[in-house]
Design a protein around this ligand. Structure first.
Ligand code: ASP
Length: 320
């Protein structure tokens, strides 16, 4: 099977001055993931490698440079899911983990449970031989300043250069046809300590099912949870693949091939899920996905979303 990879760095009102950094971050994530996939490596390694790059980049809201909670501390959540087994590994409310996606993977591979939070998750990390970091090491100067302004005044996007969110995610399929999806976030700025959003919740911020596809979401977590957006998009992928060619009477039948129908259906599933988010919750967000054949899809109802994928000819496409 031909490998595929898609990544995102969050859907929000990304200001012009952050566009270049977001594009560069997505490109770096694609390079990291693709160097694994193109050499026959596993989709799990690729998702982890891509997300680690995004977590380490302070332009995104994950790992180092995450938004601070009301107490001025970083609290991170992450998940990775295996589309073959439907097993997830999820972690939440972490304060001492530099790369939450690595801990999510450790839970996926070595824990009898599928989700660990807070102190218990960090104890599991220590037992698994992962280094814990000082919470201060996760705080970027830009976020400290944004938090200071929010605390003096009130929480406002303006204090974040308008760039208020930037959850990250990746979906990959490897040459063996294995499908994994992952999402990592610092959550929302000035959130209450202990708040967990959609991102690490199976079916909400992430879902993967090898029989349909894999999805990673971003946006207003409390709304994404209401429509279980990642699972909803996966179900739309499953139903859309057959229905789209039949229903699209506006298209010249001669232009329809099984490949073009599948590619269109992947985009349509992404758009329908984001449309549902807007129509049922009036909230904003976005998602990326791969269908089970590796066709990419993405959609957002925010002014911008940072995303990128490896095109069919092997070139990297990124956009904000
Ligand atoms: N969905 C994330 C959360 O609510 C935030 C984001 O995607 O920007 O925690």
């Amino acid at each position: 099977m031909k490998p595929s990879l898609i990544v995102h760095g969050g859907a929000w009102d990304i200001p012009d001055e952050a566009v270049e950094a977001c594009n560069a971050g997505c490109r770096g994530a694609l390079e990291a993931g693709w160097s694994t996939l193109s050499r026959g490596g596993s989709a799990l390694d690729a998702v982890e490698a891509a997300i680690v790059v995004l977590e380490n980049d302070p332009v995104f809201d994950a790992g180092f440079g995450s938004h601070l909670n009301l107490d001025g501390r970083v609290e991170c959540d992450a998940i990775v899911m295996n589309g073959a087994t439907l097993r997830g590994g999820a972690v939440a409310a972490l304060q001492h983990i530099r790369n939450p996606i690595r801990l999510a993977r450790a839970v996926l591979e070595h824990c009898p449970h599928m989700m660990l939070v807070g102190e218990g998750a960090e104890r599991f990390a220590k037992d698994a031989g992962m280094a814990l970091c000082d919470p201060e090491e996760l705080i970027s100067e830009a976020e400290r300043e944004a938090w200071r302004l929010c605390s003096q005044d009130k929480h406002a996007a303006a204090h974040h250069r308008g760039h208020e969110q930037g959850t990250v995610g990746a979906v990959a399929i490897d040459a063996q046809g294995k499908l994994f999806a992952g999402t990592s976030t610092g959550g929302t700025c000035c959130k209450l300590p202990g708040r967990v959003g959609d991102s690490p919740l199976i079916g909400c911020g992430c879902y993967a099912d090898s029989s349909a596809g894999g999805v990673s979401c971003t946006g207003y977590g409390e709304a994404i949870m209401k429509i279980v957006m990642a699972k909803t998009a996966t179900d739309l992928l499953r139903s859309g693949r057959n229905a789209f060619c039949v229903s699209d009477s506006s298209r010249d039948p001669a232009s329809l091939t099984p490949q073009s129908c599948a590619a269109d259906a992947a985009m349509l599933a992404a758009r329908e899920a984001v449309h549902l988010l807007g129509s049922r919750t009036h909230a904003t967000g976005g998602l990326i996905l791969l269908d089970c054949e590796g066709n990419p899809g993405f959609a957002f109802n925010t002014p911008r979303m940072a995303y990128g994928y490896v095109a069919a000819d092997g070139s990297f496409f990124t956009a904000v």
